[in-house]
Design a protein around this ligand. Structure first.
Ligand code: ATP
Ligand code: MG
Length: 389
């Protein structure tokens, strides 16, 4: 069976020139993600992208699973093409979906006719194929409202396609269509989810992680790299910039009031991410912050941290409950790694009574005691750049 993959485009509201660039980007993303499963012919027609094996050895199941994680595809199905004749369509339905037809108790046929020169209307085609299948599988009941199995027939330009119901896919927009951003990746539950959510809106990500050896361990760093690996099937290839943070934390502890420690530390995270974004030509920062989750995420505290960045700070989790975030973390496969018990630099020197209603002028004043530019420059120079495959 020369089975292929049909990818249905999401957000079809995009029209005109945009639409073409959307499709081109999506096809190149699909090409890259399916490459390790063999050579495929990938082309688009009528709001669908076709992924056809171009050699015997292609791993279609592998490619199908990879496509399910490519943003921009709203639904996906495996299908078999056949000549645009009713007899061929029927024969294909019998061989390709024979097992499913035998197992089901009720069914219906749903046809779509994109090729208007096909001599039957879609209703006529559904009725004819349905009638013939009913005869071939007499145990099957026809149920147009709640069938156990729907046999889909699509008559398109090049061929007719027979398939079982499509499955929902990743949705969103193709990565690359939404610009580029630097995502602040910690070892927690939230930041991998935030990264996934922005990637879903088409944003290509560069990752930054702050590590504080000797206060944080090699395992803590490895955990973050593992999270990045788990994000790759969604976000595409990633680079993690591991920035040393201990000197900054020590300096803050030495020179600033304890209750402002976390806030000033977060401002340094913003400055470093902002510097990286400028260096790489990115247009925004992404964090896993969520309103009210911790003292450093009150509205006043967010304003104070954001003040240290020049670029917009995107916070896709801002209005979500922890439960919703955990559900997504499980869905994308990062949860189990996130809950491994290694320390993060945020847990080093945490103040007993963190300030929840800080004032930006006061904080700026406190930072006068620090060589901000020097600390930022040294940390950036000493970073470690890890490419994740
Ligand atoms: P998470 O579950 O993502 O760790 P959190 O609720 O623990 O989030 P914080 O530790 O206050 O919250 O961090 C808020 C955000 O700041 C994180 O979501 C992440 O984007 C960023 N961040 C925190 N620590 C680091 C770090 N060590 N390296 C890079 N980014 C960090
Ligand atoms: Mg954290």
């Amino acid at each position: 069976m020369n089975e292929i993959i049909l990818c249905k485009l999401g957000e079809v509201v995009l029209k005109g020139l945009n639409r073409r660039s959307f499709e081109m980007k999506l096809m190149s993303n699909i090409r890259r993600r399916t490459a390790r499963f063999g050579k495929f012919r990938i082309y688009s027609k009528q709001s669908t992208i076709y992924v056809e094996p171009a050699e015997e050895t292609c791993d279609l199941s592998g490619a199908y699973a990879a496509c399910k994680q490519v943003f921009g595809i709203i639904a996906i199905a495996r299908a078999v093409p056949c000549p645009k004749e009713k007899e061929a369509i029927l024969a294909t339905a019998k061989t390709y979906l024979g097992e499913a037809l035998t197992a089901a108790r009720s069914f219906k046929v749903e046809s779509k006719r994109a090729d208007k020169s096909f001599p039957m209307s879609s209703i006529q085609l559904s009725q004819w194929v349905g009638g013939e299948l009913h005869e071939a599988y007499p145990h099957l009941k026809v149920d147009v409202h709640h069938p156990e199995l729907t046999v889909y027939v699509e008559v398109r330009e090049d061929a007719a396609y027979v398939h079982a119901p499509a499955e929902p896919a990743a949705g969103g927009l193709p990565i690359g269509m939404g610009g580029r951003a630097v995502s602040l990746l910690s070892g927690g539950i939230d930041s991998p989810v935030a990264s996934y959510m922005m990637a879903k809106r088409g944003v290509q990500l560069e990752m930054i992680h702050f590590a504080s050896p000797p206060y944080t361990s090699e395992q803590a760093r490895e955990k973050v790299l593992q999270l990045a690996r788990e994000l790759v099937p969604w976000c595409g290839r990633l680079t993690v910039h591991v920035v040393p943070f201990a000197e900054i934390q020590e300096e803050i502890r030495r020179s600033c009031p304890e209750d402002h420690f976390t806030l000033i530390m977060r401002r340094f995270m913003m400055r470093l991410a902002d510097a990286l974004a400028h260096e790489l030509g990115c247009g925004a920062l992404v964090t896993g912050e969520c309103l009210g989750q911790v003292a450093s995420q009150t509205m006043a505290a967010l304003a104070v941290s954001e003040d240290a960045a020049t670029l917009p700070v995107l916070r896709p989790l801002i209005g979500m409950d922890k439960e919703e975030i955990v559900r997504i973390a499980r869905h994308i496969g990062t949860f189990d790694t996130s809950i491994l018990p290694y320390e993060d630099c945020c847990t080093v020197f945490t103040p007993r009574h963190p300030k929840t209603k800080p004032h930006v002028e006061e904080v700026r004043e406190m930072e006068q005691a620090l060589d901000v530019a020097g600390l930022v420059q040294r940390a950036m120079e000493n970073r470690d750049i890890v490419k994740i495959k």
